[in-house]
Design a protein around this ligand. Structure first.
Ligand code: AHR
Length: 500
């Protein structure tokens, strides 16, 4: 049976915030060291940044980049990471049982962002695990105050005359998680988040603050956590965070393919919780969502790796190699974010290089694109504008986790110039899916491009030996006639259909 939907510019979701295409660099494994930063690499610039990686980061279309963690941040001492490199201390990183050399720190992160380009905006996470209000204020003063105080002058003395201008701050990381160093109850966290926010706004009322929400919808404290934290912080923060990772468990690929069902319900439940608190507080303010960690992550495979570590420097950790199936799920997660662009105004793909990442590197060797690179770069490139309200009428399939799920998952974005891009996933592992889209009130006459990521082998991947095994390919036969788009979506495929 054919899957169908209608596009009409009168029915929209909201404008895509460029921050939806953010990513994340954590001091974890080889994300920083031999990832973005490798002074001995043949392509390294004077700052030790790999140019081959920078080129791919630009091509990926990443905007906001969250730093320095993640679980790492809950033991982070920002002052270890600034000043003369040779004087920086080596520290135990409790989160990842690794040794942190601090050769890459705050100043290097800002230099990295500046080299990525003007679209790259800092998003700095604060340590509210082992630290608190005072250290957050010190970091804010060091980073953002122009000069004339001890900490701002120290930054200047360290060679950074211009303030870093960090506007977006995360008030801790995954503080609901028992694995987090300095884990807190919702009440404890709500209080420290509120007081940190209040104090930071004394320095700069215009900072944008993200309170920690839940580390996943399946957390026992989910929703109660958000409600308690927001009761304390509602007037003081701008966003609440969501984190979610997906993997096939017990070989249940069909449920894995429908992971976005969970992601969308997670978003909708957090929106409901935020608005409930807002209503209780009789507030006109709206809290937005920062989905600041999301991805496919084979988490169950990596947990044992970490506990076996004996404090190495930059070990190979969480280096998941993504298949075509993973990329289709990944694309579907991007569709879920776009479908909620009215409330999800920040999102960070976790992470950027080597660690559950779209970009992989070999120390001293090449950098290449994983399968997941392509949905992200295409969505960032063509997913700018107004999201149209897409309500699909689709055949379904049975999943163990979610019951009947639509085979088609789709969204569409209308750019400022009136062109429209449809992003669509066919979740069927065996069947091509005919698609028909009625275009109402849209003056579109031409299919500019239909590109698909699909393969006869759903397990195909890009590797060091074969870095371009999987790339998107053009699809023939997609038509636009009399206001109707007709296409066939290959089994297990991510599709980008551009209309003008
Ligand atoms: O992205 C990997 C880890 O996942 C982060 O450090 C943590 O915040 C989350 O649990």
């Amino acid at each position: 049976r054919t899957a169908r939907f209608t596009l009409d510019p009168a029915f929209t979701i909201g404008e895509v915030n460029p921050r939806l295409f953010g990513s994340f660099v954590e001091h974890l494994g080889r994300c920083v060291y031999t990832g973005v930063f490798e002074p001995d690499h043949p392509t390294a610039d004077e700052a030790g940044l790999r140019q081959d990686v920078l080129d791919l980061v630009r091509e990926l279309g990443v905007t906001t980049i969250r730093y320095p963690g993640g679980n790492f941040v809950s033991g982070y001492k920002w002052e270890d990471s600034v000043g003369p490199v040779d004087a920086r201390p080596r520290r135990l990183d409790l989160a990842w049982r690794s040794t942190e050399t601090n050769r890459f720190g705050l100043s290097e992160y800002i230099a990295f962002l500046r080299k990525v380009g003007p679209q790259a905006e800092p998003m700095m996470a604060l340590n509210l695990g082992t630290r608190g209000v005072a250290e957050a204020l010190e970091l804010q003063e060091y980073a953002n105050h122009p000069s004339g105080t001890a900490l701002s002058d120290l930054r200047v003395e360290h060679g950074d005359k211009d303030p870093f201008g960090i506007r977006l701050w995360c008030l801790g990381n995954e503080m609901d998680g028992p694995w987090q160093t300095g884990h807190k109850t919702a009440e404890e966290y709500g209080r420290i988040a509120a007081e940190t926010a209040r104090a930071m706004r004394q320095i700069d009322p215009d900072v944008e603050l993200v309170a920690c929400g839940s580390s996943g919808q399946s957390m026992e404290t989910f929703a109660a956590w958000e409600a308690t934290v927001l009761e304390e912080t509602y007037d003081l923060v701008d966003h609440i965070s969501l984190h979610a990772y997906y993997e096939p468990l017990d070989g249940d690929v069909d449920s894995f393919l429908a992971s976005a069902v969970d992601m969308e319900s997670f978003i909708e439940n957090v929106v409901a919780t935020c608005d409930h608190v807002g209503a209780r507080l009789k507030s006109k303010k709206r809290i937005d969502l920062s989905f600041d960690e999301w991805n496919v992550w084979y988490l169950s495979r990596t947990q044992a790796q970490v506990s076996a570590l004996d404090w190495p420097e930059a070990p190979r950790l969480l280096e998941d190699n993504y298949s075509v199936t993973d990329a289709v799920v990944f694309g579907s997660l991007l569709i879920a974010l776009l479908r909620h662009a009215d409330r999800v105004t920040v999102a960070c793909l976790a992470q950027l290089v080597n660690v559950i990442a779209p970009i992989m590197t070999e120390p001293g060797g090449p950098a290449w694109r994983q399968t997941t690179f392509f949905p992200f770069s295409q969505a960032s490139r063509y997913g700018r504008g107004e999201v149209l309200d897409v309500r699909v009428d689709s055949p379904t399939y049975e999943t163990r986790k979610y019951g009947a799920a639509d085979l088609l998952h789709a969204t569409a974005v209308r750019a400022e110039d009136g062109t429209v891009t449809v992003f669509a996933v066919n979740r069927s592992r065996t069947r091509a899916l005919p698609l028909e889209v009625a275009l109402s009130g849209l003056r579109l006459t031409e299919v500019v491009e239909h590109s698909a990521l699909a393969d006869d082998d759903p397990d195909a991947r890009n590797t060091l030996a074969e870095p371009e095994r999987v790339t998107p390919h053009p699809v023939d036969g997609t038509t636009l006639e009399n206001g109707r788009l007709g296409a066939v979506l290959e089994p297990l495929s991510w599709n980008v259909i551009r209309l003008a």
